[in-house]
Each structure stands twice: as C-alpha cells, then as structure tokens.
Write a new protein. Structure first.
Length: 245
C-alpha cells in the first residue's frame, strides 16, 4: 500500500512550550491507524498540526502534496477532515443544517450531486435522519459525536482524523462509535484515530503508534501492539493480562 500521509521531523507546541519534538510516522491508503498515549503526550497537538490549526515545523506530505505552505482551508480542499475532541457543533442549528455546512468542500469543487452525500451519512447514522430537524444542542452525547463525524464525512474526505471519539460516552455508545469506524474503513476513507481507550483503538486499527513525550515510543501492527507487554502494563491494565493468560 502506498503512503497517503508521511510525517517527518514534526515539531509543534504552544508558545515556547514544544509538545512534539521531531515526530515521524506514516499512513497507508485505506488504513485505520491509531495514536495512543498518556495525557500530554501530544496526540491532539499532532492532529491540530496536521490540519493546520496549529503552526508547526517539519515535513508533512499528503497524497503527494507538501503541506508546508498550505492553509487550513487548502488542506480541507485537498481532502483532510478533522473531528475535534469538543465536536464544535452549531447547537442552535438543526442536525441537517450542521451536515450541510460540512459539504463546503464539495460545493467549492462544484459537485452538482453533493447533496447525495446526505443519504450516505443517513445510511451510516440512521438516528441522525430521525433527528434531522432537531437542534444539535439537544442531542445526546453519542448523537452529537455521530453528527460531528457525519459532518466531516459530508466533505467526502480522503483522510478522516478523529480526536478522542469515545470521550465522555457510555460504554454501549463507545462500542457503537467504534463499530462505525470499522464500517467507515469499508468506504475507502483512511482514518487517523487518536484515543485514550487504547484497547478499543487497537482492536479497531490496522497499525498503531504509541506516543510519549512528543515522540513515537512504539509502533507496529495494532494486533502486535495489543500483545506487547509494555503496552499491556501501561495502557491495557491487569484485565488484559487475565484475558491473555
């Protein structure tokens, strides 16, 4: 598989505080890749730097294009989409209006059939179709996450980046969200998943990176990482040890 995203020597931070200190990793087309690690390791900073929300240094090549001088809007037009941790929905607008706003890229590309993507999103998230006239601010936590992902999918992204999609959700809803991620893989979209729930992330992903102190500490096939003693001890806990015993 060819590399869709290549990141080399990525530095980023906030003011004088450097969070990423020479990060290196890559994603292949069609993969689900996860980045796990403790709080403060730089997971969210990585996504913000890739999206152009945060200034950065280093080399980032997406689908053959060097992103050094590409603006946030330009990166959206190239096919990147980010679902931020806080979802950032328009709470006083109906569900469907939030989704339509996500079609910005397709409208700019003058795709006359951009509205057909609504049917695709509603097929993935039937509950959003049921709630399409409801104000986004009145949705449950799980429904808001579905809407945030659905809005990103309206742009028909090549790379979908998800920041902590399970954060603050009930276990049953978390399973539903990760099941959705697995189904999205079948549509051909490449996914970069940042997660605190290391077990669910590694069960879903093809490849994984463990981030510590702004650098990659471990990497490899997700299944291999899930059985690595260092990952088990630090991120999966005693429960996983009992399962593997």
């Amino acid at each position: 598989m060819s590399a869709l995203l290549q990141v080399a020597g990525l530095h980023a931070g906030y003011g004088r505080a450097e969070v990423l200190s020479g990060l290196n990793f890559q994603l292949a087309q069609g993969q689900v890749v996860t980045i796990i690690g403790p709080n403060g390791a730089g997971k969210t900073t990585t996504l913000n730097a890739l999206m152009g929300v945060l200034p950065s240094r280093g080399r980032v090549v997406f689908d053959g294009t060097d992103l050094a001088d590409v603006t946030l809007e330009g990166r959206v037009m190239l096919g990147l989409a980010l679902v931020p941790e806080k979802r950032e929905l328009f709470g006083t607008m109906p569900v469907e209006d939030n989704l339509v706003l996500g079609a910005f890229r397709q409208v700019r590309l003058r795709n006359p059939k951009w509205r057909e993507q609504l049917d695709v999103v509603y097929e993935i998230f039937p509950r959003l179709k049921e709630r399409r006239t409801q104000l986004a601010g009145t949705l449950s936590g799980g429904e808001r996450q579905m809407l945030a992902v659905g809005r990103a999918l309206m742009s028909r992204p090549t790379l979908l980046m998800l920041d902590e999609p399970s954060l603050g959700l009930a276990p049953l809803v978390v399973r539903e969200i990760f099941h959705t991620v697995e189904n999205l893989r079948k549509t051909g979209v490449t996914i970069l998943l940042v997660e605190q729930n290391a077990r669910a992330a590694l069960e879903t992903a093809d490849h994984g990176y463990v981030l510590e102190m702004g650098e990659v500490a471990l990497s490899g096939p997700a299944e291999q990482l899930a059985h690595d003693p260092r990952v088990i001890d630090t991120y999966l806990g005693a429960a996983r040890k009992k399962v593997d015993a």
